[in-house]
Design a protein around this ligand. Sequence first.
Ligand SMILES: [Zn+2]
Ligand SMILES: [Zn+2]
Length: 331
Amino acid sequence: MRAMVLQRVGERLVTEERPDPIPGPGQIRLRIEACGVCRTDLHVVDGDLPDPKLPIVPGHEIVGRVEAAGAGVTLPIGARVGVPWLGRTCGHCPYCLRARENLCDAPLFTGYTRDGGFATHTIAEAAYAFPLDDSLDAVATAPLLCAGLIGWRSLKAAGDAGTVGLYGFGAAAHIVAQVCRWQGRRVFAFTRPGDEAGQAFARAMGADWAGGSDERPPAPLDAAILFAPVGALVPAALAALRKGGRVVCGGIHMSDIPGFPYRLLWEERSLVSVANLTRADGEEFLALAPRIPVRSTTRAYPLEQANEALDDLRAGRLEGAAVIVPEGNRQ
Ligand SMILES: [Zn+2]
Ligand SMILES: [Zn+2]
C-alpha cells in the first residue's frame, strides 16, 4: 500500500510504501476509493490538536471497499463502506453506556489516533463503518462522512430554529444549507468579509442571504452554527441572535474567544459545542442525504497531491470539499 504520512506536526506529508495491513478480529482492510479532506486534518497537521499518533496517516472521510476481513466480521468482501472520524469507542465508559459514545473516555479517532484515509488502503473497525450503496459516487459521498455528519449533529443541536446562520461556508456548511432548505428553514451564510465568490456559492447552495461575518443579517437568527475556527465569531454570532437563540460551535478547534459583554448571552441565549459523532448520527444522516438529495461540490486530488489539497483548504481556495482519490482504486 501507499500512504501520505505526517512524520512530525507542521511538516509536509511524505509518500510511503508499506506492506498491506492485516485486519485483526472485528477489523476490515479497505481498498480506498476516495477520502475527503476536512479542516480537522489541517488541525492535526498544523499541531493544533494534542497528542496525535505519530507518524500518522490523516484523513477521516473514507469511502472504500472491503478487501480483507478479520475474525467475526460479517461484511462481505467487496462491500462498500464509509469510515468516519469515530474509529472506535470503549463501549463501557459512562458516555458509551448513555448513548453518548461521541464523548467516549477511550476512543480512537481515524486519521488522528489511528491511521486514516490519505492512502490506498487502511484498517477500520467493521462495527464503526457505515454500509454504503454501490450506486453512490465515491468522490461525491466522501465529504458526507464528516462535513455531512458533523454538520448534521450541529444542526440537530440548533433545535427547531427556523432561521439558521452558518458562519464559514466550506464543506460542512454547503451540505447543511441543502438540508436546511429541504427542511424549510431559512439560511443566512456568513463568509470572510469581501469573499464575494464564497457568498455567491452560498446563495447557489440555497442560502437566502449571504454576506461578510462583519455584517448584520437581514433578520435576527434563531440559531447560528460556527464552522470557521475563529473565536471572534462567537460574540459576533451571539449579537446576531434573537432572544432565546443558540450558537453551536461545530469545529474541533477554534482560536481563543475574546471577552464580550454579558448582555450578548443574556435573555436565555446559549452557547454550546458539538464534539465528534455517534454511529446513530451517521446512520440518520446517510439515510437522509439521498432523499434530499444532498449534492456535494468537490475538487479531486491524486493521493500524491494531498499536501496541495491541504494548502488549498488552508488558504480558502476551495469551493466545497477537497477529496483525495488514489489512482487506480476508483471504481
Ligand atoms: Zn472532519
Ligand atoms: Zn467509552
